[in-house]
Design a binder for this molecule. Structure first.
Ligand code: NAD
Length: 271
């Protein structure tokens, strides 16, 4: 995190789910680096969340860690209630928490399907609904931000790229696309901006198994025309801009940040 805190998001309060590691941690740090105070949500990794809070506070920012399983309505509501009690309100919510539970389709159990849908899709529904309710309750604060509130859904290139062996995950991300677009359409008149970031391959714990060996890394790079795996900080920078007033006229969009993965590089020499 840069030592200097900028003012792009100063006076704004943010909540990032699944922020104890990977992309969520980088987004929390980036929002704080631009002046937002941040709730660092975690489900089990308290130590990871505390590390993220320390990174932010050591740099002069404000943050605290909050435990909640995003797939549980009562826990999500309690987390939002606590944030509003502590901060007064929220202006930014990043629904980032997500999991993979991979299985060949013929062997996929209902439990494997349901777990991924519960965390990745229902978890985002619960967080978006609490966020929108709070933005409407609080009302406009034009001195703080032009929009009533800003939401980012963490999607994936797999909202459009089919992914055999990961049907539950790809289905959850396809669902997030319509959750994001439909809520953005419904809530735009109330000046709530909702967008998705769709990362390609970013180096985080979720995809360690795809980068374990040099051969696996090479196979992964063949899918990325820009020829590097993404860094969580790449996503953090985009998120901090997307929730700022510089992006005020953007709503209902998925921004792919994938080094060209959605350019279908296999077709560069074939097809
Ligand atoms: P990660 O495993 O580091 O992060 C996922 C986070 O979600 C973890 O902190 C985990 O503890 C948390 N989490 C899991 N279940 C939860 C629950 N029930 N309640 C609250 N938190 C929970 O991996 P990541 O790559 O940083 O993933 C973050 C998001 O980015 C996910 O939605 C993932 O689908 C998406 N994504 C990642 C990549 C990538 O290449 N890394 C690509 C596309 C999309």
């Amino acid at each position: 995190m840069s030592k200097e805190i900028t003012t792009r998001l100063s006076g704004q309060f943010a909540l990032v789910t699944g922020a104890s590691s990977g992309i969520g941690a980088a987004v929390a740090v980036a929002l704080a680096a631009h002046g937002a105070s941040v709730v660092v949500n975690y489900s089990h990794d308290e130590e990871g969340a505390n590390k993220v809070v320390k990174t932010i506070t050591d740099a002069g920012g404000q943050a605290y860690a909050a435990e909640a399983d995003v797939s549980k309505e009562d826990q999500v509501q309690a987390m939002f209630k606590q944030a509003i009690e502590k901060f007064g309100t929220l202006h930014i919510v990043v629904a980032n928490a997500g999991i993979q539970v991979d299985s060949p389709f013929l062997d996929m159990t209902l439990a494997q399907w349901q777990k991924v849908i519960d965390v990745n899709l229902t978890g985002q529904f619960l967080c978006l609904r609490e966020a929108a309710r709070e933005f409407v309750r609080r009302g406009p604060q034009p001195d703080v931000s032009t929009a009533l509130g800003k939401i980012i859904c963490m999607s994936s290139v797999h909202e459009v790229i089919p992914w055999g062996g990961h049907v539950n995950y790809a289905s959850s991300k396809g669902g997030i696309m319509q959750l994001m677009k439909s809520t953005a359409q419904e809530l735009a008149p109330q000046k709530i901006r909702i967008n998705s970031i769709a990362p390609g391959a970013i180096a985080t714990p979720i995809n360690l198994s795809a980068r374990d060996t040099p051969e696996e890394e090479k196979a992964l790079l063949e899918l990325i025309p820009y020829n590097r795996v993404g860094d969580p900080a790449d996503i953090g920078r985009l998120a901090a801009w997307l929730v700022s007033d510089e992006a005020d006229y953007i709503t209902g969009q998925t921004i792919f940040m994938d080094g060209g993965m959605t350019l279908y590089p296999g077709f560069a020499s074939g097809g």
